[in-house]
Structures are given as C-alpha cells and as structure tokens.
Design a protein around this ligand. Sequence first.
Ligand code: SAM
Length: 277
Amino acid sequence: MTDNARQIAYWNEVAGPKWVRIQGAMEARLAGIEDMLLARAQPRLGERVLEIGCGTGTTTARLADAVGSSGHVTAVDVSRPMLDVARMALAAQRNVTLIEADAATARFEGVFDLLTSRFGIMFFEDPLAAFGNLYRALRPGARLVCVAWAPIADNLHWSVPLRLAIERLGPPKPRAPHAPGPLAFDDPAYVTEILSGAGFAEVAVRAEPVTLIGKSLDDEAQVATMMGPAGALLDEKQADAATRAELLVAFRAALPDYADRNARLRATVHLITARRA
Ligand SMILES: C[S@@+](CC[C@H](N)C(=O)[O-])C[C@H]1O[C@@H](n2cnc3c(N)ncnc32)[C@H](O)[C@@H]1O
C-alpha cells in the first residue's frame, strides 16, 4: 500500500494554489524542458498516452495535438486547483481525459503506448510500488520518457536562493534520502534501481543541460520565494511578510550571478527513459 496523503494535501493546499497564482511564469520558465521531453518521447498519431502529474495541462495539450483525433491522452493529477485550470484550458480537446487520482494506486488498463511526465513523478512515498502500478498500465514494448530535476548543486536557480534563505532562517528539518519532493530523483543510480525493480527494461537516466526562461529578473526572484526548496523553507519556517520581503530583495540581488539580463537561467534535469519489456 502506498500513502501519498501528505503530498496530496501539499499539492492541494500549498503548492497547487501557489503554482496557479504564478502559472504564466511557471509555464514560460519550463517551456524548453517540455520541448526536450516531447522531442525524446515522440508521441505519434493514434497513440494512447498516460501523463503523470499533468498539473495545469500545458504538456497535455501538446501531447493531445501530437496523437491527434485517433489517439488519446489520459492525464492524471492529485491537485484539484491545478486540474481546474487544466479542465478550462482543455475543454475543447476531445481526445483528453483528465483524472483526479493518485497515480501510484489508480487502476489503469494496460493499454498505453507512452508514459510521460514533466516533473510529476518525484512525489511518491513508495516509488517502487507506484512504478509497479504504472508498469501494468502499459502495453508490452511501450516507452517511458520523463523528466525530473538533477541534483541541486547543478541547479543554481534553487541552490543560491536556498543558501540565502538558510542564512536568514536556519536549515530545513532533516529529510530521509530520496524523500518525496522535487529532488527525490536526483540520483541516477537510485532512479535506475526503482525503475528496474518495477520491471522496466532499457532504463537510462541522462543529465541534460536546459535553459529556464524567466519572464524577468523580478519575476524570477518572486518564483524563488514561492517554489522550489527556498519557497518550501519559507513555508516550513512560516516566514512572515517582512522576512519574505527581505529575502525577495536578497534573491533579486543574487540573480545576476547565475542569470543573464533576459532572465535566462541554466539548469540541469534528468531525462529518464525506459521500456516495458
Ligand atoms: C512540479 S508539478 C508539475 C506539473 C506539470 N507536469 C508541469 O510540468 O507543469 C508536479 C505535479 O505532480 C502532481 N502529483 C504529485 N503527486 C502525485 C501523485 N501521486 N499522482 C498524480 N499526480 C501527482 C502534483 O499535483 C503537481 O501537479
């Protein structure tokens, strides 16, 4: 049995509403990663796709266009606020089914040709059981193509704000290795062990450099106060408005160290590929 209750509450009550509030900035900064994911996944006309953690549905829309009216996208998420946005955005899309469910335990028919996700697979309490469930959703020979964040040391857009936040607020409470969260899949050996253990063949985890496209340096500083490890630390420490305002200024001042004038930031993700035997 898996129990993702904590993450489900987090994505409904904390992270989902925040994401929706700054949806434009989040979509813009992650657009290049979506291009990379789709270029590797190559969804084809007529295919049946299972998308995990579809959020507000940006990747879902592109998958639906790629598979066309003879194909279908089943997109799953636990966050009602994010799914509400996806439902509005995809209302006219006839080849999409949006499901509010925990992907770790939802029952799927074993018919999918492609399992894909942009950053929606790192939140399982028991990833081995979750990927076992997802494995059974695929037809033999189906492919898995997902992205997850690489280590924080290779992602200055997170490590720099986190360092500044720790200096001001103290460290986060200790976490178990690979605990559910954005960095749970930062170790290729661990990801390989999980996917292989769940039955997948041809597992590969490749670090890929990517560019995040910030709307502006001011917007990027705002994103750092809300999302990622620095945003999570501010929530954990229940930072008050004055502290948040102070850190916003500190994050903004540090940005030129790792972003260009147009708010382009270098980052690294893991491109994870595998196949159902
Ligand atoms: C970082 S967001 C990514 C959203 C979207 N894929 C994107 O890139 O814009 C992670 C998403 O995974 C979802 N999620 C977390 N745990 C999940 C679970 N057990 N089953 C399905 N979705 C889950 C969250 O609600 C959230 O929408």
